[in-house]
Ligand binder design. Structure first.
Ligand code: ZN
Ligand code: ZN
Length: 257
């Protein structure tokens, strides 16, 4: 099936705009968060004060930015081969698509992330991301090809493709899922905690449902904690949720690969 005929039943300019957003979105949000993190480098909101990012770390992290091409490339293939079926972008379909892939990404990532930290093969796939102990927004791009392609791109899009055999999915819903990821992933790696203490201390841990810069910075220091993707729910359910102790904050100083 040609690109034109595959896209004829949907809004072609929207599809092309979404493909462009999948390429440009993460570099743009990483750039914006990097500017914000630099401005807050001396702020009391900084999680690990002793965190030092080297120029060499920035270089290997920046090299991984090329992997943003996997998302648009695979999505283009799945749409043009009619493996992933798109439907009209009604509000209901947009909401359903975003929620379904978001829920899948959360559950999938938690268990695959546990596996990657517990097995030799998993660690071989994931260790590139953990070369960075001191995190910065650019760390959000730092993956091996295997991790980026199989754990994120293919896992999300093949789930959407299977789902679309039953209910055609929304291209806008797909874009919203990616946008949430583009906004939250560099923030989680910023080492700057934007959530005010008053929110974090709400009763019943209500302020700690979403993942945070503090939680993910701790994961880069203590790899067996905070394995969730966008929320802390599965970490709290399975006992892997943790907050930094004063020892964590003190012992971090000077820790570099
Ligand atoms: Zn990370
Ligand atoms: Zn990890």
């Amino acid at each position: 099936m040609s690109l034109t005929s595959a896209l004829s039943s949907v809004n072609t300019p929207t599809v092309l705009a979404v493909l462009a957003w999948l390429v440009m979105g993460k570099p743009l949000t990483i750039a914006a968060y990097s500017y914000w993190a630099r401005r807050n480098a001396g702020s009391p909101r900084r999680v690990f004060r002793g965190a030092v990012v080297t120029a060499e770390q920035s270089r290997w992290e920046a090299r991984s930015l090329v992997l943003v091409l996997t998302d648009a490339s695979l999505l283009l293939v799945l749409i043009t081969t009619d493996v992933l079926r798109l439907g009209p972008d009604t509000p209901g379909r947009i909401l359903f698509t975003t929620c379904a892939v978001g829920l899948w990404a959360e559950v999938w990532f938690y268990f695959v992330h546990r596996w990657m930290h517990a097995t030799d093969l998993g660690w071989w796939i994931h260790q590139h991301h953990h070369r960075s102990i001191a995190v910065q927004p650019l760390t959000a791009a730092s993956f091996s090809f295997c991790e980026k392609f199989f754990v994120y791109t293919a896992a999300w899009q093949l789930f959407l493709a299977v789902m679309s055999r039953f209910v055609p999915v929304s291209i806008v819903g797909i874009a919203l899922h990616y946008t949430f990821y583009f906004l939250t992933s560099p923030l989680a790696h910023s080492n700057i905690e934007p959530v005010p203490a008053a929110v974090a201390e709400l009763p019943f841990n209500l302020g700690k449902i979403l993942g945070s810069a503090t939680g993910h910075a701790l994961h880069h220091v203590r790899n067996d904690t905070n394995l969730g993707f966008q929320t802390t729910l599965l970490d709290r359910l399975f006992g892997t949720y943790a907050t930094p102790t004063s020892d964590d904050r003190a012992s971090f100083k000077g820790a570099q690969p």
